[in-house]
Design a protein around this ligand. Sequence first.
Ligand SMILES: [Zn+2]
Length: 311
Amino acid sequence: MARTFPVIDIHAHFPIEDTLPSPSLSGTVTHPALSGYAADRQARMNREWSTEPYEPPARTPEEVAAAAERWAAELDKNEIRLVNFVSANSNDKLAKIVAERPDRFTGFAHHPLLPGAGAELRRSIAMGLRGYKLLGPRTEVPFEDERVRDVWEFCAERRLPVLIHFGFLGRGGGVVSHPRMSPLSLFEVARSFPEIPFIIPHFGVNTWADVLALAWSLPNILVDTSGSNQWMRWMPYPLTLEDLFRKAYETLGPERIVFGTDSSAFPRGFSLRYLQDQLRACYTLNFHHEDIALIFGGNAARLLGIDLTDA
Ligand SMILES: [Zn+2]
């Protein structure tokens, strides 16, 4: 059945070496007992979600070109207008990948927030990337540090979307404690730069209550809906996908909810299952068609500067 509105996936990872999610995302998990625990949890998740083991990521230029071709075919097969990759090994590689399919792919710069990050961001945007992706629990300077203020000034001037992961990071053995675990650590910067749309992926994971507090205070806080959202299981009270959409709708409104999948590797490719689950949740909640069109494509088009009328 043809979709009646264009769908954009704001959050995917290009399957290239060094970008795949791994149990050692923290970068510090080395104890064999922890890697064994992480491997067990990964195997269990594969059974729960019927996911097959990942194919190795692309390494050579030929493999990268083949992966891009395969992604474009995924978009056609699943009737997805456009995918935004939030990482692909390096900003140069991602800029090259998206430049070859500007009507189907966009991308965000992804490099650490450190002194000098502003210059790298300007360079990446000049190459055609359209936003900035960070991981809160891997950011080693405070967001409000004077030495990175130029990053926010540039994003504000250009209205660049900034997508920052908060909450649990990784799987078994993953990070649960860090000064920038909660989106409340972004409060000062987000309040000083209301021109910057800050997108918090996966509804904020276990920091969901803090996301709602921040979004209650500030109009420039958005959520993306990507991933399995199985973090709901580790919360001390029951939550469902419908609960997340309902509360986000009530607190943020339909203009600040952005569809994503967090698709990363083949053979899965585009995770149709997450799109189907999320659409079902929104229809179950009786959201208006216009709101559903915003959540699943319109908001992303606005953030990415895509004109959907020339599709
Ligand atoms: Zn992701």
